[in-house]
Design a binder for this molecule. Structure first.
Ligand code: TYM
Length: 334
């Protein structure tokens, strides 16, 4: 059993990343061997500033450690130090189909009407993501719901490659299962309950960043969009109230309770009472993370050492699978 997951080092970690994925990353360290990486190769699929990418890669490493990813127990690295990711992507490009990639909703969303103007990397991005997990024979991939389709594609690619180039008894790749937390599969924007919380949203008020200070968190929650109705007594009463549903869901995920338990506590109350309670719950968990992050973020040498150590282990573990893929394709390697 092996856990593998990644995050793009663009911008700050936000509450969606934390509840959808990172919290599970931390929990899974106790149960299985874990590989967590900064998807810097994915980050160049869209316009970027090189100096910012380098700084963000180290900052994101610091943020993950601050959240509880332990580089002594988990393998923490960035893709760029493990060339096997890019190599395996090329080998899988022969198996992936244009039609499969054309169906990816993230591609459609990001490309919009201007497909011809997008980079080839944005289109083939999910093949690199498949390589990321197949390279390590991942069995479990903890992600938010928006990555589910990419994981299904990785399974299709693995299955297709195995049946074309390997035997049933000795497959080259393991089919990975996504692990999606039901209570926090999709955290929505604080300004619009129909859009997911995202680092690419131009409004910083739409998201809680893990490094926001207490006053900022309280203000963002206070200004979050809601409706004038009081909170209902049970989950069914949240249907059609996207913003209310999102805030109650965040409270439930943060406190480890079910939505019904949260509603039992706040039934009949308005957001004037609920929002400060939610803000406090957020501050209580996020303040220590921000404090640890601020202590780590400027220690570039230590962060580089963590990433170098992780990359060295990742290269070692990736090598046999990469080798098996080359051989299965009939590529001669001496
Ligand atoms: P990224 O960097 O956009 O997000 C990192 C993780 O956070 C989750 N997430 C959310 N979960 C719930 N609600 C939200 N609003 C929310 N926003 C983000 C994402 O689902 C993800 O788990 N393509 C990936 C990175 C990647 C990867 C991989 C992931 C590259 N290779 C291999 C898993 C396995 C991405 O851009 O995630």
């Amino acid at each position: 059993m092996r856990v593998v997951s990644g995050i793009q080092p663009t911008g700050n970690l936000h509450l969606g990343n934390y509840l959808g994925a990172i919290r599970n990353w931390v929990a899974m360290q106790d149960q299985m061997e874990c590989f967590y990486f900064l998807a810097d190769l994915h980050a160049i699929s869209q316009p970027h500033v090189p100096a910012e990418l380098a700084a963000n890669t180290r900052e994101m490493a610091a943020a993950l450690v601050a959240c509880g990813v332990d580089p002594d127990r988990s393998v923490l690295f960035n893709q760029a130090q493990v060339p096997a990711h890019a190599e395996l992507q090329w080998l899988l490009n022969g198996t992936a189909r244009m039609g499969w990639l054309n169906r990816m909703t993230q591609w459609k969303d990001k490309a919009g009407k201007n497909r011809d103007g997008q980079s080839v990397a944005l289109f083939t991005y999910p093949v690199l993501q498949a390589a990321d997990v197949l390279l390590y024979q991942a069995t479990h991939v903890p992600v938010g719901e928006d990555q589910k389709q990419h994981l299904e594609l990785a399974r299709d690619i693995a299955q297709s490659f195995n049946s074309a180039f390997a035997s049933e008894e000795a497959p080259v790749f393991t089919l990975p299962d996504p692990i999606i937390p039901p209570e926090a599969a999709r955290i929505m924007s604080l300004r619009d309950g129909s859009a997911k919380m995202s680092k690419s949203d131009p409004s910083d008020m739409s998201r809680i960043n893990l490094i926001d200070d207490a006053d900022t968190i309280m203000a963002k929650v206070r200004k979050a969009k809601t409706d004038p109705e009081p909170l209902p007594g049970e989950a069914a009463g949240l249907e059609g109230r996207a913003e209310a549903k999102n805030l109650v869901g965040i409270y439930a995920a943060m406190t480890g309770q079910g939505v019904d338990a949260v509603l039992a506590q706040f039934a009949g109350q308005g957001f004037g009472a609920f929002k400060p309670a939610l803000g406090e719950v957020l501050v209580e968990t996020l303040s220590p993370i921000a404090e640890r992050f601020n202590a780590l973020r400027h220690d570039g040498e230590m962060l580089d050492a963590i990433l170098a150590k992780g990359a060295s282990r990742a290269r070692e573990v990736a090598a046999p699978t990469l080798d098996a893929a080359y051989r299965a394709l009939g590529l001669v390697r001496g």
